[in-house]
Each structure stands twice: as structure tokens, then as C-alpha cells.
Design a protein around this ligand. Structure first.
Ligand SMILES: [Zn+2]
Length: 268
């Protein structure tokens, strides 16, 4: 599932494909990913405008258009933006298409948990406005992390998934960051010391940087896809030896989501 690094790479790709270019054609068939307007209204908003830039906040994207309009997009669980020659026909699970003079950009989404939200006046959707600190855009250190989460009583793994507190960290990045910081995912958040919060902030930054480095490319694969590589230290590696101490990694379920951790490195 796409999290901050995958959405960041998508934003960079979209920017390199579209920024500074004029949209000459668009196709947004009716589907449940389209919100707030019809697909036809999105097509009318896009065609003839120039893409000024692509912004990311948390797991959301914003295509900034000439004239102040914007198209907000979320990848959901299986969404991907890819580029193809203009002459190529529709791809499997294609939900939207944006063409410039020499390129066609397609949005594919088999499970359709993604979103396309037009903002003709540039007004951001409520989900974008409600996002918390973005570790990559805003920077994150122990103090800022503490200010955002330290009063919470829930387990730190669950708190890290709250997009209104820390935007972009999902189930994968939370597990990886806690492992890097050597913090037990079940710890009540308010029990973390200033030193642990600083370690966790560094763990989040390091995990995001690692993921960006290994997944960079024009077509990003998600780890849950059949045959996709697993570039992560502990994610989905229950039963395997800890990469640090060789203890067998354990799997637990927290708030309905799986968590893998090392019972030796991440002590309570
Ligand atoms: Zn270990």
C-alpha cells in the first residue's frame, strides 16, 4: 500500500512528466474514485490548463493548475500514475487519463480506494486541510514529534498511523521506524522519553529516506503485489531472524493491523 515515500516518488514522477506542460486532452470516466464533481467536470477543468507543479502532503497529491485550480488525488490501496505513449489504448483498471502534446499519463487503480477531487477554485478538500506534520516536507525532530503525539495514551504504533498527527506514515513506515528506534510498538505513547522521541523521529526519517532510495523509478511497485520485492527491514518478515540480533521476529495485531517487531531489540 502506498505511504509517504511511494506518494513522494509519484509526485516527483508526475512533476517530471507534467510540470510546465499544457493539458490537451483528459478522460475521467465515471467511477467511485471521482469525488465532489463528475468526471466530465474534471475533464473540463483540466483541458487547456497548464500544470504549474505537483505538491504532496502526507499521502495526498495536488496537481496545481494555471488559473488557481487544482486536482487533488489519493492513491488509496492500489492506485498508480504511469506514463504511456499517447497512441496506446486504455490500460487495465485505467480510471483517468491526462494528455499533453507528447505524453499520456494514466491513473490505474484495480481496487478503487483512490480518490480524485477537483478544486476549480483551488480550495483544498477537508482531508488535505486536516493533515498533521509531514516528516519530509516539514521536518521532524524529537521535539516536534513529542508535541504532536506525546500526550496520547494509545500504543505508539497506532498513534503513528493517525494522519491528523503525523501525515504520511502508514502501517509499513510505522513498523520500520519503531524497529530502527528500538521501541516496542505496544508502548503507551506518553511513556516515551525525550530521548526515545528523538530516536523515533530519526527512525521515521531514516526509513523514509531508505524507501525513497530503493523504490525510485518511473513505475513504483507496492510490496503487497505478487512477485514484488520486499525492501523493508522487518515488514512482513515474521518468523525470520532479526537483521540486527537474529532473534525470531514476532507478529502481533494492533487495532486490526499487523505489526512485526523484534522482542529483543524492541524491549517494553
Ligand atoms: Zn533484534
Amino acid at each position: 500500500m502506498p505511504e509517504l515515500p511511494e506518494v513522494e516518488l509519484t509526485a516527483r514522477n508526475l512533476s517530471s512528466w507534467l510540470a510546465g506542460r499544457k493539458i490537451v486532452a483528459a478522460a475521467v470516466p465515471r467511477s467511485r474514485i471521482v469525488r465532489g464533481a463528475s468526471g466530465a467536470a474534471i475533464e473540463r477543468m483540466l483541458v487547456g490548463r497548464r500544470v504549474n507543479g505537483v505538491e504532496r502532503r502526507g499521502k495526498w497529491l495536488a496537481l496545481r493548475l494555471s488559473g488557481g485550480a487544482a486536482l487533488y488525488a489519493h492513491l488509496g490501496m492500489t492506485g498508480k500514475w504511469v506514463t504511456r505513449p499517447r497512441a496506446e489504448g486504455p490500460l487495465p483498471h485505467e480510471r483517468a487519463r491526462i494528455d499533453t502534446r507528447d505524453r499520456s499519463v494514466r491513473y490505474r487503480d484495480p481496487r478503487m480506494f483512490g480518490r480524485l477531487v477537483p478544486a476549480p477554485e483551488g480550495v483544498a478538500p477537508a482531508e488535505w486541510a486536516a493533515l498533521g506534520i509531514d516528516p519530509l516536507r516539514d521536518g521532524l525532530d524529537g521535539e516536534r514529534l513529542g508535541a504532536a503525539i506525546a500526550q496520547r495514551s494509545r500504543a505508539v504504533k497506532e498513534v503513528l498511523l493517525d494522519q491528523a498527527l503525523i501525515a504520511g506514515v502508514g502501517n509499513i513506515q510505522a513498523q520500520e521506524a519503531l524497529f530502527r528506534a528500538r521501541i516496542d510498538p505496544r508502548r503507551p505513547t506518553r511513556s516515551l522519553t525525550a530521548r526515545e522521541l528523538a530516536q523515533l523521529a530519526r527512525g521515521i526519517a531514516a526509513s523514509i529516506a531508505h524507501t525513497l532510495a530503493v523504490e525510485s523509478g518511473p513505475e513504483i511497485s507496492y510490496v503487497e503485489e505478487p512477485g514484488a520485492p520486499n525492501p523493508f527491514l522487518i515488514y512482513a518478515r515474521q518468523g525470520q531472524p532479526c537483521p540486527r540480533c537474529r532473534t525470531v521476529l514476532q507478529r502481533i495485531v494492533q487495532a486490526g493491523r499487523a505489526t512485526v517487531y523484534c522482542p529483543r531489540c524492541q524491549r517494553r
